[in-house]
Design a protein. Structure first.
Length: 576
């Protein structure tokens, strides 16, 4: 918003386009220099004059209402009149549709997110995918895109033959219903332990998978049973994280859609035989060949992703396809995209593997192998328990303590993830994530409650002021006509206001890079600027105009925090 004002102010005086000016504008290193700076190097090249001469000329020519223009070396500095602009900017931000952009108008984005595997633990990668995916979902939606999320469950493959075999031999229904993932894992481990001693296991598993693929009633029934009990477990996690999906379409959904892909590859003469298997060679692309069909005729993960991409483009009509999947699958997606390109799918340029780094919990890796499993739900429970402890210590009379603790504990985990640049490895510490004074979810939540309690308190004092019990002193103060101050918000309030006006720029940048951390860091910036303002200025001023302006800024800060935290998937209790 501030930049927009500057662009409009400068444009009539220079021979540059709006876009060019926009790219040139800078924020001066210190607030005293001005709010926006325009460097004159580009004009200097065009006009063949020294940049500082141009800056001086411009500063002399530009006569603007509400903006003070000065030249400083090669820069033209613009300083906005605080009184004039704080009103205008706050009014714009109070518009009910403020924060809703339309850069995505008419475009549809499909986001592949979460995508855990049936009968396997919900891993940390799946958690990160869920949180990052869900933040991206909200970001795109706020920017006016039509967004569709798909949970691409790993619900097919030869492992289900093994699962059925192990279940038939050693399965225990009670344990399976009680604790589906752990019991499935036990069966999985048992199969692998026994397979060395028992030569009948492998062929039996192959036979079960064959039966499953040919639609055998018992095999399908057992497979569905495994899917169902795993889903119940995953859904518990999704409910706690407040995440839902537009579609849950597992890999099995594409079973009948792969023959067409193989046929198309054949027609385009892209398939080659290699040790009995069918592959697409990617030598020119500098990649190993992409495996399409195994020697026994079964299709695999990449083939499914090819069919999936066609489906999302052709049937679901996605303009942009995002895959929020860990960095360890980089090669897989590069291969899939390269094959699509070879097939002539020009839309592959709008497919993105939104990859992310590993996350460890207090230095421990999440692993599906025995012994080393950090259970995700335990981490959530622990975070909530610690949040509850803090509430018990500081605010024991808080109503619905448990709900607030849940919001704070989960918020801590979500923010502890999303504040990091997604490609970085994260070493997660519960202690740090729950620090109310650190760069954390609870810090944001706490700041939000501060804005809300100020607003609440102002309502109470407002009543007192309009009440006839107002003291004579107060009455005298209210009756004295006050001069409109130069800067009703104070310098710290003006700085906060400037941060608030950057929201749409921040959202746009976050979307461009598919990077929720851009918004997470912005929320911190808003909270920090607000807390500084809160400590510097008296918000609940006696003077009516001052109080109104300062409360409006407080309200806008609350709105901004709520909007951004909602995007990130963090709840905002009114009290904590
Ligand atoms: N189920 C896979 C895994 O856990 C992730 C699937 C990601 N999505 C995709 N379209 N390949 O590794």
């Amino acid at each position: 918003m501030l930049l927009q004002i500057a662009i409009e102010a400068i444009q009539p005086y220079v021979s540059l386009s709006v876009e060019q000016i926009k790219d040139l504008l800078e924020i001066p290193p210190s607030a005293e220099m001005g709010d926006v700076a325009f460097p004159c190097y580009t004009l200097s090249k065009i006009q063949k004059q020294a940049p500082h001469t141009i800056a001086e000329q411009l500063a002399r020519q530009m006569q603007l209402e509400g903006i003070q223009v000065t030249a400083e070396g090669p820069y033209v500095n613009l300083r906005y009149d605080r009184g004039y602009y704080s009103n205008i900017l706050m009014q714009q931000m109070q518009h009910p549709h403020y924060g809703q952009l339309n850069i995505g108008h008419g475009k549809k984005v499909i986001i592949d997110m979460s995508s855990p595997n049936i009968a396997k633990p919900f891993g940390i990668g799946h958690l990160r995918s869920t949180m990052i995916g869900s933040a991206l979902y909200n970001m795109y939606q706020m920017a006016g895109y039509e967004v569709v999320s798909v949970n691409h469950l790993g619900d097919w493959g030869t492992q289900f033959g093994k699962q059925i075999t192990a279940y038939k031999r050693w399965g225990n229904d009670e344990a399976l219903i009680e604790n589906p993932i752990q019991e499935s894992l036990r069966l999985y481990v048992a199969f692998h332990d026994q397979v060395e001693h028992d030569v009948t296991l492998e062929p039996e598993a192959r036979e079960w998978f064959r039966r499953l693929e040919s639609g055998d009633e018992e095999a399908v029934r057992l497979w569905k049973y495994f899917v169902e009990i795993s889903m119940q477990e995953f859904n518990r996690m999704y409910t706690r994280l407040h995440v839902s999906f537009d579609h849950v379409l597992g890999e099995s959904f594409y079973n009948d859609k792969m023959a067409a892909v193989v046929q198309a590859l054949e027609e385009k003469e892209l398939l080659e035989r290699s040790e009995g298997a069918l592959v697409v060679r990617l030598d020119e692309e500098g990649m190993p060949p992409c495996l399409i069909m195994k020697s026994d005729g079964s299709t695999i993960y990449p083939t499914r992703d090819l069919a999936t991409a066609f489906y999302r483009h052709e049937v679901m009509q996605g303009d942009q396809l995002l895959y929020v999947v860990g960095g360890e699958q980089k090669l897989h997606f590069e291969q899939v995209f390269a094959v699509l390109k070879k097939m002539g799918a020009t839309w592959v340029d709008h497919c993105r593997h939104v990859h992310f780094g590993l996350m460890k919990f207090e230095g421990k890796k999440m692993s599906t192998r025995r012994g080393k499993i950090v259970q995700l739900e335990e981490v959530l429970d622990e975070a909530i328990a610690r949040a509850l402890q803090v509430i018990e210590d500081k605010n024991p009379d808080l109503p619905n303590k448990h709900d607030v603790a849940e919001a704070v504990g989960i918020g801590a985990i979500v923010f502890g993830d999303l504040k990091n640049n997604r490609v970085n490895e994260v070493d997660f510490s519960l202690e740090d994530a729950l620090n109310f004074e650190g760069e954390t979810g609870p810090y944001l939540q706490y700041t939000y409650t501060r804005t809300q309690s100020l607003i609440l308190k102002s309502k109470v004092t407002e009543d007192r002021v309009t009440d006839d019990r107002v003291t004579e002193d107060e009455q005298a103060l209210l009756n004295t006509p006050q001069e409109q101050p130069v800067n009703p918000l104070g310098e710290s309030g003006w700085e906060l206001l400037k941060v608030l006006t950057r929201y749409s720029q921040v959202l746009t940048r976050g979307i461009l890079n598919n990077e929720p951390s851009v918004l997470a860091r912005y929320a911190l910036e808003v909270a920090q600027a607000f807390n500084y303002y809160y400590n510097k200025e008296r918000i609940l001023e006696q003077n009516h105009d001052l109080r109104t302006a300062r409360l409006t800024l407080t309200q806008l800060t609350g709105d901004s925090l709520q909007r951004t935290m909602h995007i990130l998937g963090i709840r905002t209790p009114n009290r904590m």
